[in-house]
Ligand binder design. Structure first.
Ligand code: ADP
Ligand code: ADP
Ligand code: ZN
Length: 216
């Protein structure tokens, strides 16, 4: 299964992607995670992306397309993948279509997670992740079961993203509405778009996504 999760920052793409990874055994391809890794490792791509990401603007299509193109050639993507945070512009969507066509494959489904802006700001401002395994948490909506201990790996170190602040979030939302939301129409026209109400609890949203994917 080749799937795109589409939605604004904080909609729950990463959270749902991780649940789908467990269920379907295909990898999550998060361009945000890959770019943050490049920034941390101070690679040439990371050095270019760092300043852009800290303002909440989008990294260039050229850089992101190249990262994805390399990643989907890896053997673990042979049976499918979940794209989380890519494509984010019409140019990226066209580039993805071309990459897949070259391999003689296509997308099966694009799931749009719909969440209103107030809730997005609340989700992003309370977001943190386990520093060892990357499991996602929230100060209010998804606390670790045992305080300061990761449910998944037992780690005690957590991190917060530098761009998860109110100021940057405004730019990220603007970038979403301007650059990314046109993809909703783009994929609708291709007959691939499925809209899911992302306002419910994590488990409820997961069931809704599963129901769609299992009926494909
Ligand atoms: P995205 O990848 O779309 O930016 P995340 O999956 O990282 O979003 O979720 C953003 C924050 O909201 C995280 O702290 C996550 O734990 C929390 N979250 C995700 N889905 C829900 C939900 N359905 N209800 C409440 N909180 C959620
Ligand atoms: P969120 O899901 O909260 O929006 P991501 O982790 O997906 O955050 O992305 C973080 C930042 O990384 C974005 O604000 C942007 O600067 C950059 N980024 C991630 N994916 C892309 C992409 N497909 N195109 C351009 N920039 C991207
Ligand atoms: Zn962990």
């Amino acid at each position: 299964m080749r799937l795109v999760l589409l939605g604004p920052p904080g909609a729950g793409k990463g959270t749902q992607a991780k649940l789908l990874v467990e269920h379907y055994g295909i990898p999550q391809l998060s361009t945000g995670d890959m770019l943050r890794e490049a920034v941390a490792a101070e690679t040439p791509v990371g050095l270019k992306a760092k300043a852009v990401m800290s303002t909440g603007n989008l990294v260039s299509d050229e850089i992101v397309n190249a990262i994805v193109s390399d990643r989907i050639d890896k053997p673990d993507c042979a049976n499918g993948f979940i794209l989380d945070g890519f494509p984010r512009t019409l140019q990226q969507a066209d580039a993805l279509a071309a990459m897949l066509e070259e391999k003689g494959i296509g997308l099966d489904c694009v799931v749009e997670l719909a969440v209103n802006d107030d809730q997005l700001v609340e989700r992003v401002s309370g977001r943190f992740t386990c520093a060892s395994c990357g499991e996602g948490y929230h100060d209010v909506f998804k606390k670790p079961k045992v305080a300061d201990t990761c449910d998944r790996c037992g780690g005690h170190e957590f991190k917060r993203r530098a761009d998860d602040n109110a100021e940057t979030m405004r730019n990220r939302l603007q970038a979403y509405y301007k650059e990314t939301s046109p993809l909703i129409g783009y994929y609708y026209a291709k007959g691939l778009l499925k809209r899911v109400d992302g306002m419910g609890e994590i488990g409820v949203v997961h069931e809704a996504v599963r129901a769609i994917l299992d009926s494909e």
